[in-house]
Write a protein that binds this ligand. Structure first.
Ligand SMILES: *[C@@H]1O[C@H](CO)[C@@H](O)[C@H](O)[C@H]1NC(C)=O
Ligand SMILES: *[C@@H]1O[C@H](CO)[C@@H](O)[C@H](O)[C@H]1NC(C)=O
Ligand SMILES: *[C@@H]1O[C@H](CO)[C@@H](O)[C@H](O)[C@H]1NC(C)=O
Ligand SMILES: *[C@@H]1O[C@H](CO)[C@@H](O)[C@H](O)[C@H]1NC(C)=O
Ligand SMILES: *[C@@H]1O[C@H](CO)[C@@H](O)[C@H](O)[C@H]1NC(C)=O
Length: 412
């Protein structure tokens, strides 16, 4: 029933945002810290965490599976419909499903909130070339005609194909792109001329800035990613991710801020079989009840919300939660909202990295049941460590080896 696409059809969209804050709030609250060598990019999650408002989990799950080319079955299709219903409700807010950063493009600069996505390698934006029917009201878009430094790259095109068969595509400009104090004078900016329906209802997201390895870039002919372009200017060829639960965190480029974590950083090698940040964990434990040295192959993906694991581990996890069950309506595991689930711990070598049980709540799907943050990876060829796991950690993405460093940190 499930089929996994080949690596080239991995699709690259991030979880959509319905951030309630106005753009003004967004930019005022998240002024970058300018420094040409040490760049700290503040980001913001959805500002309001309110578990009584319903669940974004079903849509987050469906998007994650579609992103990696795994077909969804009927229960997930139902789940997507449930999400479409809530999109129309402006008061809705969800559960840290996306983190956005301010990026300046062009001359004079046009500021767009982009999702920094370690699960893709394209910098693409909603633009003046995107059909207006796909651009929600008030969304910040890129207009190359208003930028004196924009240049069309003749003949270059891009297309991202999604698991459900839809796609986003367009042409390519080079323009001056700045994040924090770092700028690339001729960065490839992929302008959307067609946008998958998954994006149409999104009010806040103006595009993605891919932080996966450059070989995953989908422009023909290929272009360099923003990170590959700034890499020579950085003191270290790294970026660090410090997402937070229900609060602004930051992406730092070129350095490690040792105040952002506690204890030691533990590194694990990255084997980018699919040009992604793919690593191995050496085991897991659930609360204090279960320890297990099963090795898992996983991808660290800031553009995914949930933690998707092999089904046997998902079952082992929910077996520790009284009253939890697999919901055939949602095609997913749910548990009683009045319970705090056990921590899920994963091991990097012998170091224990903790995802607190209280992070598992992805919202009410009935009066009593909540959508779980851990779900099955299905036929996906690796586990997906999305924001639920990443926000519990300080994470170093080191392109030099490559490797990923993990450290626990104070969590909220
Ligand atoms: C910028 O970073 C450098 C290198 O770490 C540091 O010495 C300097 O004080 C920073 N400047 C500002 C304005 O933060
Ligand atoms: C959460 O949403 C419910 C239902 O709309 C509302 O009654 C409650 O006041 C909200 N809580 C917070 C903290 O915003
Ligand atoms: C940008 O260009 C559009 C037309 O392409 C124009 O209507 C608009 O006023 C311009 N905005 C600015 C700030 O120049
Ligand atoms: C690029 O934009 C930044 C920020 O707006 C500006 O400081 C810089 O001078 C620009 N560079 C070029 C080559 O236009
Ligand atoms: C470890 O976990 C895997 C996956 O859940 C399971 O198949 C295996 O039986 C477990 N081993 C032990 C010793 O618990």
């Amino acid at each position: 029933m499930f089929s996994a696409g080949p690596p080239t059809t991995l699709i690259f969209f991030s979880l959509l945002s319905f951030v309630a804050a106005s753009k003004l709030d967004f930019f005022h609250a998240h002024r970058p810290n300018f420094n040409t060598t040490k760049i700290s990019i503040p980001q913001t999650p959805n500002p309001n965490f309110n578990t009584s408002l319903g669940s974004y989990g079903p849509a987050a799950y469906a998007f994650a599976m579609a992103k990696y080319g795994v077909n969804v079955d009927t229960p997930l299709a139902v789940a997507v419909n449930a999400r479409d219903t809530v999109v129309a409700t402006p008061a809705y807010s969800y559960y840290d499903k996306e983190y956005l950063c301010a990026v300046k493009i062009g001359t004079p600069p046009q500021t767009l909130p982009l999702d920094f996505d370690t699960g893709s390698a394209d910098l693409w934006v909603f633009s003046s070339e995107t059909p207006s029917s796909s651009v929600s009201m008030g969304k910040a878009i890129y207009n190359p005609k208003n930028s004196s430094t924009a240049k069309l790259v003749t003949g270059a095109t891009w297309a991202l194909t999604y698991g459900d068969g839809s796609s986003s595509s367009g042409d390519v400009y080079t323009d001056n792109v700045t994040i924090g104090g770092l700028n690339v004078a001729a960065q490839a900016v992929e302008s959307a001329q067609k946008v998958s329906s998954q994006f149409a209802g999104d009010t806040a997201l103006s595009g993605l800035l891919g932080l996966a390895f450059g070989t995953a870039n989908q422009v023909k002919p290929a272009v360099k990613t923003f990170f590959d372009n700034i890499r020579p200017a950085l003191p270290l060829p790294i970026f660090t991710v410090n997402l937070k639960k229900g609060a602004p965190g930051s992406y730092n480029f070129g350095y490690i801020d040792t105040t952002q974590y506690t204890g030691a950083l533990t590194y694990t090698p990255v084997t980018p079989r699919y040009s992604l940040w793919e690593f191995g964990i050496s085991g897991f434990s659930i609360g204090t009840a279960i320890k297990n040295s099963t090795v898992i192959d996983a991808v660290a993906d800031t553009g995914t919300s949930l933690l998707l694991l092999p089904l046997s581990i998902v079952k082992a996890y929910y077996a520790q939660i009284a009253g939890s069950s697999y919901s055939t309506n949602y095609g997913a595991y749910v548990y009683p909202c009045n319970i705090t689930p056990p921590d899920f711990n994963f091991y990097i070598g012998t170091a224990k990295q903790v995802v607190p049980g209280r992070y598992m709540n992805y919202g009410y799907i009935s009066n009593t049941q909540c959508y779980g943050g851990i779900q099955s990876q299905g036929t996906l060829m690796f586990s997906l460590f999305g924001d639920i796991a990443l926000k519990a950690q300080f994470v170093v993405f080191d392109a030099s080896v490559p490797r990923i460093g993990w450290a626990n940190k104070p969590t909220s």
